[in-house]
Write a protein of this length. Structure first.
Length: 314
């Protein structure tokens, strides 16, 4: 297992920082030992990622698992015979120690890999904690070989919408005000442009929703802690939350969202991003004006000049 020294953290006043990366690491370190009891979501998303990978007619001899947690993606990738080298990387040393095989402790925001190293970079539920996601995507593209593939799954904007609403109601009820408690997540409408900004070829973004039910809100919060997915916002509240606030939030959650059996839903929106490192062998878009078939002919309709009304004489 290799350890890459963490980069110097910007100051707390740096307006570009949304997440406290040191706190993200601490949350993951704390969750690592018992993560196998709470890794169902990462395992499910890892399985779905590998299913997508199976649809790609390509071999990936050198693969990077970015944000590996305790090795859930590696477990799913064992079914593939084409991967000769699998490197697992995570911000948390304690998480990395739970994984098996070639492992590196490194910050996903500062990747320590040489240009054109990997045929595939794959990530399951880690990139939503990145401050500079466009910058990290650029680094991922850089360390891919020509025609190499990036496949990443991260939490999207509708994630934990029920918890966000309940915490807001509970804090207003108990304390007369509210503070940031649930992370802002990427939106599907922005995902494709992020890939384009990072100069990926053939970018695609899509979304799936996974709904998990719990007996109550406190059970959900315990699970989030066990996942290492608790509040790491730079602008988070710095004082302990009152028990009355949690109680009010749990009550609001049940009143607003519980089903007929009293169980509450928790929504996890998963954005999946795919893009390729550019290569001349890839399919290229046609140049404007190079088409040899008119759109009007393909649609079996009559073509009109701009401003001309249908039915008007030429």
């Amino acid at each position: 297992m290799a350890t890459h020294p963490p980069p110097q953290q910007p100051s707390q006043t740096d307006g570009s920082r949304v997440f406290d990366r040191q706190l993200v690491r601490m949350h993951r370190d704390r969750a690592a030992k018992g993560f196998h009891n709470h890794n169902f979501l990462v395992s499910e998303v890892a399985r779905r990622c590998v299913e997508r990978l199976d649809e790609v007619n390509r071999t990936f001899e050198r693969t990077l698992d970015l944000g590996c947690h305790s090795g859930e993606l590696a477990h799913e990738l064992r079914s593939r015979s084409d991967i000769d080298v699998l490197v697992q990387c995570d911000l948390s040393e304690q998480m990395v120690r739970q994984a098996k095989g070639s492992r590196v402790v490194a910050d996903e925001e500062v990747l320590p890999f040489a240009d054109h190293t990997f045929d595939l970079v794959i990530s399951a539920l880690s990139l939503h904690w990145i401050n500079d996601l466009p910058g990290t995507l650029v680094q991922i593209n850089r360390c891919l070989k020509p025609d190499g593939l990036f496949l990443g799954a991260l939490l999207g904007g509708e994630t934990l919408r029920e918890l966000r609403a309940a915490l807001l109601d509970g804090e207003i009820e108990a304390e007369g005000g509210a503070s940031p408690r649930v992370s802002p997540f990427a939106e599907i409408r922005d995902a494709g442009s992020l890939l384009q900004r990072a100069e990926f070829a053939l970018p695609v973004a899509d979304v799936e929703t996974i709904t998990v039910t719990y007996p109550d809100a406190l059970a959900l919060m315990r699970d989030l802690r066990g996942m290492g997915e608790t509040n790491a916002l730079v602008n988070r509240r710095q004082t302990p939350t009152r028990r009355t606030t949690f109680a009010a939030a749990a009550l609001a959650y049940g009143e607003r969202f519980a089903d007929q059996n009293g169980r509450i839903p928790a929504t996890f929106e998963v954005l999946t991003l795919t893009g390729w490192h550019p290569d001349p062998s890839q399919q290229q878009p046609m140049k404007p004006g190079s088409a040899n078939t008119r759109l009007a002919d393909a649609l079996h309709t009559q073509e009109h000049r701009t401003g001309q009304k249908p039915g008007a004489q030429n």
